[in-house]
Design a binder for this molecule. Structure first.
Ligand code: B3K
Ligand code: ZN
Length: 901
C-alpha cells in the first residue's frame, strides 16, 4: 500500500520520503525580510528574500514549498516574472543565471482564523501564534521549507494596537511605533541564522513576568514569560526553571545564553508540549502555568523538565541543527538526555536522582519498547517516512536519549563533556547528521570503548527493535570465581529481518546471596577490585569472570539501566528478594520488586486464578520497604507501584486485556488489605504541615501519602467501612494544595466510592474557570476503573459537556486519549464499543487536526497480539478508518502500517 502509485480512485498515493534520497538544496536563502499585516480572516504576508544558486548542485528551477496559501505576486529583482504551480509547489524557472545573489519577493495571504491544524499561523483565544516545526512555515509563505536552509530573519509585525498590544518575533526588538487607523508595528531582527522551522511570531493581549540575569561571562540578559492577563501568579515556577536551565547549561557544558532577550509564551491551543523557536519559545500552558492551588507536584516537575528541554535546544537543535528530518534524534535524543541530566542534577541527594532515572525508564519501557515491537517500529534514525509528524516518537526522543546516555557511559561524564565541546567547535552554525555527532564524541575520546567500537555502536541508530540480553551465572565455590555468560539477540522489525550485534554497556555488581553484602568485583587476571564493573558486550555471546568472590553472589546486572534492552536472567524469588533488600544500586533494587510482581501477575494470567496472586514473601518485602527507616518516600512509592497493565501486556504473546485488568486489580486489593495497618502508618507519617514546596523530597512524601490513601479507600470501600472514605473526603475538602486535593479525589474515584460523585461535582464548581484543572477533572473520569462497562457511556457523556471542546488538543486528550490509551480495562470491551468510539474519534479529529488524530490512531498499534474477540474487532475498526476516502497522510500512514502484514 505504501508505494507511490495511483490508487483505485485515481488520487496520488502519498509519497514516501527516503533518507538515502537526500540532496543538498539547489538554492541558498541568505536573508528573509517578512512583513505581516495580521488579521484573523486574511493575514497578508510580504516575503522579501535574497537567494543564490548552490554552486555544488546542477542548475535547476527553484521549487518552493507552500500549503493553503493565496498567491498574489512574485517579483524577481523587482520585476514581475513567470511562474507555475506543480501541486502545492511554486516553481520559478526563469531566474538569473550565475552565482550572484538575487532578490525574490512573494506576496501571499492566509486565513489564521480557520487554521484548525494549529500548524503555521493560527489564532488561539484571540491571539496569533505560530508552529512551524516540522513543515509549518510553508503554511505562512512560499519557502525552501527544509532545515538545512539557514537564513537571517528580519520580521515586521503590523496589527490593531488595542486587540494585539504585544507583537513578538525572534531575536531583538529594533523598532516599534504607531501606524494609522489604530494600528501599530514592531520590527524584530534575529542575530542568528536559523532554519525556518524555528521562526515564530506571537501577537495578542499578553503580560510578562520579567527577570534580568547576568551570565558567568558578565553579560546581561532579559528573561520573559508571557501569559494571558490573570495568569501572572502562575509563572514563578516556569521562570525559576528557566533561570536554573540557563545556569545549568553554562555550568555543565559551558554553553551560555547567546541572546539578549529570551522569551517564553504560553498558549492553551497547542498540538504538543512546547516549541524551541529561537529566542521565542512557545509553550502549551500545561508546561508553564502552576501555583499550588491548581498544579500538582507532577505538573511542577514536568514544567521544570520541559522548560529545560526547550531552553537546551537553544544549542542542541538551534545553533547546530539537523541536516534533514531523518536526523531528528540528533537534536531530540540529545536534548532529552540533557533535560534528564538537568533534572537529576537539580536533585539534592542520590536517591532522588535514582527516582528520576526509574521514572524515565518506566516511560521507555511502557511506551518505547511497545513501539519498537509494533507496526510503527523504526530506527532512531529512520530510513523513510510519509508524514514526518508521525516520527516525533518515543523512539526518536527517549530511545535516542538512551543512545546518547550510552555514549556518556562509554566515555565517562568528563569525556562526554569534552565530546560536546568538540561537537560545537566543529559544527556550530551548521545543519548536520547523527553521524557527525557520534564522530565528534568518539574523536574527543580516542581511548574509549566508544572510539574502538564506533561503527558497530552506530547500529543503535540504524537498527530498530529492542535487543534482549540473556544472562546466566556460574559460581565456583572452590576457586571462588563467578562467571557471567551473556548473549544478545534482537527480534526482526518491519523491513529489518536480521540484526547484527549491538554494543551494549552492561553495568554489573555482585551481592552476597547469604549476607546481602556488596561483593568487590575483581576481573580475572587483574589485581584491583571495585564495587561495580562496566562490561561492554559487543559479540553475540561473551563471558566475564570475577575472582575472589567470597560467597555465592546474586548478580546485579544492567545497573542504572545502562542500556535500553530487555534482560533475561532466571532469578529465583529468593535472589530477587535479596536484591530488593540489599542491592546498593537503587535502580536494580526497584527492578527486583517489579520482577517479583510481574512473575506473580503472569502466572495468575496464565492460570486464570485471580485470588491470592501475591505471595507472603512479596507482601512481607513490600511491608519492609514501606516501613524502611532510611529509604526515601518517592523511592518507596515507586517500589510499591505494581507494573502497569501495558507493561504486563508487553510480556505476553497473547493479550487478554480484561484478564490483565482483573489480575492487577486483585493484586492491588491484596496489597491494600494485607498492608492496611502499614498504609495507615504511612499516611500519618507522611503529612507535611509546613509551606508547600514542590521539591523532590516533599513531593515524594505527598506521593506516598496519596498512595496510602488510595489503598486505604480501596480496602475500606470493599469492606464497607466508612472511616477512610470519610477521612479522604475531608482531606479532599481541606487540602492546602492541588497535589493532596487531587490525590484524595483520585482515591475516591478509583475506589468507586459513593463519595466520588459529590466530590467530583464540588471539584468542578471550584475550578470551572481553570482550564488546566478542568482537563484533570475530565481525564480522571475518562481513566476511572471500569465497573460493568460504565466508563464508555461516561466518556460519551463528557463529550457533550459544555466545557468539552474537540478543537482544543488538551481537552481532546484529557477525555479521548485518557480513555483510549490510558484506560485499557475500560477501552478493550468484548462488545467492541471502545474500538468503535476510537474509530469515530480518529475520523472526526482528522477532519480538523490530522496531527492529533494520528496520535490517537496509535492507540491500536498492538492490536495483533490481542486475544479474540478483541483482535477481530480491533481489525475491523482499523479497516473502517483506513477505508475513509479523504483521510490525511498522517492517519493513513499509521493505520496502514498497523494493518500491513
Ligand atoms: N521540537 C518540538 C516538537 C515539534 C513537533 C512537530 N510535530 C518540541 C520539542 O521537542 O522540544
Ligand atoms: Zn525537543
Amino acid at each position: 500500500m505504501l508505494q507511490s502509485s495511483k490508487d483505485d480512485g485515481g488520487a496520488q498515493a502519498p509519497a514516501i520520503v527516503l533518507r538515502e534520497a537526500y540532496s543538498a538544496p539547489a538554492f541558498w536563502i541568505d536573508t528573509v525580510d517578512l512583513c505581516f499585516d495580521l488579521d484573523p480572516a486574511k493575514t497578508r504576508v510580504l516575503n522579501k528574500m535574497t537567494l543564490r544558486r548552490n554552486p555544488d548542485v546542477p542548475a535547476q528551477a527553484l521549487r518552493l514549498d507552500g500549503e493553503e496559501l493565496n498567491l498574489a505576486r512574485v517579483l524577481v529583482n523587482g520585476q514581475g516574472t513567470s511562474f507555475k504551480m506543480d501541486g502545492d509547489k511554486l516553481v520559478l524557472e526563469n531566474l538569473p543565471e550565475g552565482n550572484e545573489p538575487f532578490a525574490l519577493e512573494i506576496f501571499t495571504t492566509c486565513n489564521p482564523g480557520k487554521n484548525t491544524k494549529l500548524m503555521g499561523l493560527y489564532v488561539s483565544n484571540d491571539s496569533f501564534f505560530t508552529q512551524c516545526e516540522a513543515e509549518g512555515f510553508r503554511r505562512i509563505t512560499y519557502f525552501l521549507d527544509r532545515p538545512d536552509v539557514m537564513a537571517s530573519y528580519t520580521v515586521t509585525l503590523r496589527a490593531d494596537k488595542a486587540k494585539y498590544p504585544v507583537l513578538l518575533s525572534n531575536g531583538n526588538l529594533v523598532e516599534q511605533g504607531a501606524l494609522e487607523d489604530g494600528r501599530h508595528f514592531a520590527k524584530w531582527v534575529d542575530p542568528h541564522k536559523k532554519p525556518c522551522y524555528l521562526f515564530a511570531l506571537v501577537a495578542g493581549q499578553l503580560v510578562a513576568r520579567e527577570q534580568r540575569i547576568t551570565s558567568r561571562a558578565g553579560k546581561d540578559h532579559l528573561l520573559q514569560v508571557y501569559v494571558r492577563p490573570g495568569d501572572l501568579d502562575k509563572t514563578e515556577h516556569a521562570m525559576n526553571s528557566l533561570m536554573a536551565s540557563v545556569a545549568w547549561d553554562e555550568a555543565r557544558f559551558g554553553l551560555p545564553l547567546d541572546l539578549e532577550r529570551f522569551m517564553v509564551v504560553a498558549t492553551s491551543d497547542f498540538n504538543m508540549g512546547a516549541m524551541e523557536n529561537k529566542g521565542l519559545n512557545i509553550f502549551n500552558t500545561k508546561y508553564v502555568l502552576a501555583n499550588q492551588a491548581t498544579a500538582t507536584d507532577v505538573d511542577y516537575s514536568n514544567i521544570e523538565s520541559v522548560v529545560g528541554h526547550e531552553y537546551f535546544h537553544n544549542w542542541t537543535g538551534n545553533r547546530i541543527t539537523c541536516r534533514d528530518w531523518f536526523q531528528l534524534s540528533l537534536k531530540e535524543g540529545l536534548t532529552v538526555f540533557r533535560d534528564q541530566e538537568f533534572s537529576q542534577d537539580l536533585c539534592a541527594d542520590p536517591s532522588a536522582r535514582a527516582v528520576k532515572r526509574i521514572e524515565d525508564v518506566r516511560v521507555l519501557r511502557t511506551a518505547q519498547f511497545p513501539e519498537d515491537a509494533g507496526p510503527m517500529a523504526h530506527p532512531v534514525r529512520p530510513d523513510s517516512y510519509i508524514e514526518i509528524n508521525n516520527f516525533y516518537t518515543v523512539t526518536i526522543y527517549e530511545k535516542g536519549a538512551e543512545v546518547v546516555r550510552m555514549m556518556q557511559t562509554l566515555t565517562s561524564r568528563a569525556g562526554f563533556a569534552k565530546g560536546m565541546t568538540l561537537y560545537f567547535e566543529r559544527f556550530d552554525g551548521q545543519a548536520v547528521t547523527c553521524d557527525d555527532f557520534a564522530q565528534a564524541i568518539a574523536d574527543a575520546n580516542s581511548d574509549s570503548p566508544l572510539a574502538a567500537l564506533l561503527p558497530q555502536f552506530k547500529r543503535w541508530y540504524s537498527q530498530a527493535g529492542t535487543p534482549r540480553v540473556a544472562a546466566r551465572g556460574e559460581y565456583n565455590a572452590e576457586a571462588k570465581t563467578y562467571t557471567l555468560h551473556l548473549s544478545q539477540s534482537c527480534a526482526p522489525t518491519v523491513g529489518q529481518p536480521e540484526k547484527l550485534p549491538f554494543v551494549i554497556p552492561v553495568s554489573l555488581g555482585l551481592v552476597g546471596a547469604q549476607t546481602g553484602a556488596a561483593l568487590p568485583l575483581q576481573l580475572q587476571g587483574t589485581t584491583t577490585a571495585s564495587d561495580s564493573y562496566l562490561f561492554v558486550l559487543s559479540q553475540a555471546s561473551e563471558s566475564v569472570t570475577f575472582e575472589n568472590v567470597a560467597e555465592e553472589p546474586v548478580p546485579s546486572i544492567l545497573r542504572g539501566f545502562s542500556a535500553p534492552v530487555v534482560l533475561d536472567f532466571d532469578y529465583s524469588d529468593a535472589q530477587l528478594l535479596t536484591l530488593l533488600a540489599h542491592d546498593n544500586d537503587p535502580f536494580n533494587r526497584w527492578e527486583a520488586g517489579q520482577r517479583l510482581a510481574l512473575r506473580s501477575a503472569t502466572a495468575a494470567i496464565a492460570s486464570g486464578n485471580t485470588s491470592g496472586v501475591l505471595n507472603d514473601a512479596y507482601i512481607a518485602a513490600m511491608r519492609a520497604v514501606l516501613r524502611h527507616p532510611t529509604l526515601d518516600a518517592a523511592f518507596k512509592e515507586l517500589v510499591l507501584t505494581l507494573p502497569s497493565e501495558t507493561y504486563i501486556a508487553e510480556q505476553l504473546d497473547l493479550v487478554d486485556p480484561q484478564r490483565i485488568h482483573a489480575v492487577r486489580d486483585s493484586m492491588r486489593l491484596q496489597l491494600a488489605r494485607a498492608l492496611f495497618a502499614d498504609w495507615e502508618w504511612a499516611y500519618a507519617e507522611h503529612q507535611d504541615n509546613g509551606a508547600y514546596r514542590p521539591d523532590p523530597l516533599s513531593s515524594g512524601r505527598r506521593a506516598l501519602a496519596g498512595m496510602a490513601l488510595t489503598f486505604l479507600c480501596l480496602a475500606s470501600t470493599e469492606s464497607r467501612d466508612a472511616v477512610w472514605p470519610g477521612k479522604t473526603l475531608q482531606r479532599f475538602k481541606d487540602a492546602g494544595n492541588m497535589t493532596d486535593r487531587f490525590n484524595a479525589l483520585q482515591a475516591l474515584v478509583s475506589a468507586g466510592h459513593a463519595h466520588a460523585a459529590p466530590a467530583l461535582a464540588r471539584f468542578y464548581s471550584q475550578f470551572k474557570d481553570e482550564a488546566l484543572v478542568l482537563d484533570k477533572w475530565f481525564a480522571l473520569q475518562a481513566s476511572a476503573p471500569d465497573r460493568g462497562g460504565n466508563v464508555l457511556p461516561a466518556v460519551r457523556q463528557l463529550m457533550t459537556h459544555p466545557d468539552f471542546n474537540l478543537r482544543n488538543p488538551n481537552r481532546a486528550r484529557s477525555v479521548i486519549f485518557s480513555y483510549c490509551s490510558g484506560n485499557p480495562g475500560g477501552f478493550h470491551r468484548a462488545d467492541a464499543a471502545g474500538y468503535v468510539f476510537w474509530s469515530e474519534r480518529v475520523m472526526e479529529l482528522d477532519a480538523t487536526n490530522p496531527q492529533v488524530a494520528a496520535r490517537l490512531a496509535r492507540a491500536m498499534d498492538r492490536w495483533k497480539r490481542l486475544a479474540e474477540p478483541y483482535r477481530s474487532a480491533a481489525c475491523e475498526a482499523l479497516k473502517r478508518v483506513a477505508a475513509k476516502v479523504d483521510l490525511s497522510n498522517d492517519v493513513r500512514e499509521v493505520v496502514e502500517r498497523a494493518l500491513a502484514d
